[in-house]
Ligand binder design. Structure first.
Ligand SMILES: [Zn+2]
Length: 224
């Protein structure tokens, strides 16, 4: 997409991983996280980008495109509406090996790359949550205003760190708390406890937590 297609209010660089193996006690993947602005303001998304759809890198096989799109289609309608608002900013790539999933913000949009070696083999059950988690990062940075970010983060229980690197559990970076909980909300809680994720505690009610996102979905869908 041309650099002028989006205007960046705050430049963010986000490199975030998603774990596999939590819950089974096996940390098969390392985590990468470079988070510069926890509650940044949002992009102004151009009309052209709103109208555009998700792009796949030419190297992404049709079968992998199919499950990526099926993961989006499995989300609740409000979440799909939010995805539809930002998907024109996203290029999907596949890679092999760590990290399990990664979302990188650039000054031209976002790159989401997922570990096709795992997701096509022994972690097929983690496809949906991985896709929605990574799209959650894009929605977070592109659509969710800072004030709503804070409100949503306040609604996610905090817990003691369960890792020496303090990247697992309720003390994880706000971006991961949002993305993880967004995926749970989008999938109506249908998230494997033993698969991908940060072991972040769920809000008492995912429905209540996600209500402002449902309102945001209506708001963006009715913007001129
Ligand atoms: Zn993440």
């Amino acid at each position: 997409m041309p650099p002028s297609a989006i205007r960046i209010v705050v430049v963010v660089v986000v490199i975030v991983g998603i774990l596999v193996g939590w819950g089974s006690g096996v940390f098969a993947k390392s985590i990468e996280a470079t988070v510069m602005t926890p509650f940044e303001e949002t992009f102004e998304i151009s009309r052209a980008d709103r109208d555009a759809g998700l792009r796949f890198a030419p190297s992404v096989k049709q079968a992998d495109r199919d499950w990526f799109l099926a993961a989006i289609a499995s989300a609740r309608p409000e979440a799909q509406r939010l995805v539809a608002e930002v998907d024109g900013l996203v290029e999907v790539r596949m890679h092999r090996g760590d990290p399990f999933g990664v979302t990188i913000g650039t000054d031209e949009g976002f790159i989401i790359a997922v570990d096709v070696a795992s997701l096509d083999r022994d972690r097929v059950q983690d496809r949906n949550v991985t896709v929605l988690h990574e799209l959650g990062h894009v929605i977070d940075h592109a659509l969710v205003p800072a004030g709503l970010n804070r409100t949503l983060d306040d609604g996610i229980p905090r817990s003691a760190c369960t890792s020496p690197t303090e990247m697992i559990g309720g003390c994880t970076a706000p971006e991961e708390r949002f993305a993880d909980t967004f995926a749970k909300w989008a999938l109506r809680g249908a998230v494997s406890q033993a698969g991908a994720g940060y072991a972040i505690p769920s809000p008492a009610s995912l429905e209540d937590w996600g209500a402002p996102l449902g309102a945001l979905a209506i708001d963006v869908a009715t913007r001129g």
